[in-house]
Unconditional design. Structure first.
Length: 305
């Protein structure tokens, strides 16, 4: 992932959400709409989430230490996982609670032009943020579908911002529908239903984010394309005659560990094998630059009995 591209998308989302949150709180104060309150809390939660992503990116840049010899690259995964928890609890559960209360005790929306005007403004601002996230993601997505990109991306920031912005846009539309129906019918029940739908939407997005970041936290191998490049780079056909087995692991979005047992000729000297290993490591790093930590173990293939 381009760290710069990810940061641009996060900053764009943060600026949009702070402006939208302020506008929503004003609209809630004038109208008493529960949809507006839920959306206000949603925007505050999203702003906090973007702050967590920026903090995770900053902390992940720390140098390796004796206690953490492989560095801190996975901090980005930890903070992305925290985002899913915040989105679930502060965003989703609060909205469901507010929707339930409004359905139980509905009241007419006052000063309807406030929530309508703010929601239209919020949709425009959120669409700008979503457009930025799409633009930055397209540079990395290649031929993958959007589902594949979210599922297989090793850098968590862009998928998180994409899903957050998508959820925010859909949530704003749900709020607009709920508020409009409440105004048209004079029944605040529709406002509560819209709020409830927003809560369910946020919880579903949070579950998807949690599942994907959990997989990254557990440790994922390199992608199929990278694995094939590494396999091709290891074998030179002269000293390194084959690959016996290999394991890869992402230490962070832009740092890959490669451990492999390689086949060498039994007549080669230790010095020649050492030179071959150095050459193989250089080829791997040239083919896959994020392969930062490489361990190659030479072995002589045994003939099967």
């Amino acid at each position: 992932m381009s760290a710069t591209g990810g940061t641009r998308a996060i900053v764009a989302a943060l600026c949009a959400n702070l402006a939208i949150a302020a506008a929503k709180f004003v609209a809630f104060a004038f109208s008493g709409s529960s949809s507006m309150l839920a959306e206000s809390v949603h925007s505050i939660a999203d702003s906090g989430n973007q702050g967590l992503l920026l903090l995770g990116g900053k902390r992940a840049q720390r140098e390796a230490t004796p206690q953490h010899p492989f560095g801190y690259g996975r901090e980005r995964y930890i903070y992305a996982f925290l985002v899913s928890i915040v989105l679930f609890s502060v965003g989703g559960m609060f909205a469901i609670y507010e929707g339930y209360e409004k359905i139980k005790h509905p009241h007419e929306i006052e000063d309807w032009y406030w929530p309508i005007g703010v929601l239209v403004f919020a949709i425009i601002a959120e669409a700008f943020s979503f457009r930025t996230a799409i633009k930055e993601s397209n540079e990395l997505r290649g031929k993958q579908s959007w589902t594949q990109f979210v599922r297989h991306a090793k850098a968590p920031e862009l998928p998180v911002v994409l899903l957050e912005d998508l959820g925010a846009l859909v949530g704003l539309i749900l709020a607009l529908v709920g508020v409009s129906l409440a105004i048209a019918t004079g029944d605040g029940l529709w406002d509560g239903i819209g709020t409830l739908c927003i809560g369910v939407l946020l919880i579903l997005i949070a579950i998807v984010l949690a599942a994907e970041t959990k997989s990254l936290l557990l440790g994922e191998a390199a992608g199929t394309e990278e694995v094939e490049k590494i396999r091709t780079a290891i074998v030179d056909g002269e000293t390194v005659t084959g690959l016996i087995h290999m394991r890869t692991l992402h230490l962070g979005p832009e740092e890959l560990l490669v451990a492999a047992k390689i086949a060498v000729r039994h007549e080669d000297t230790a010095a020649r094998v050492a030179e071959a290993i150095d050459a193989a490591e250089a080829r791997i790093r040239e083919a896959v630059p994020i392969a930062r930590v490489i361990y190659l173990e030479p072995d002589i293939p045994r003939s099967s009995a």
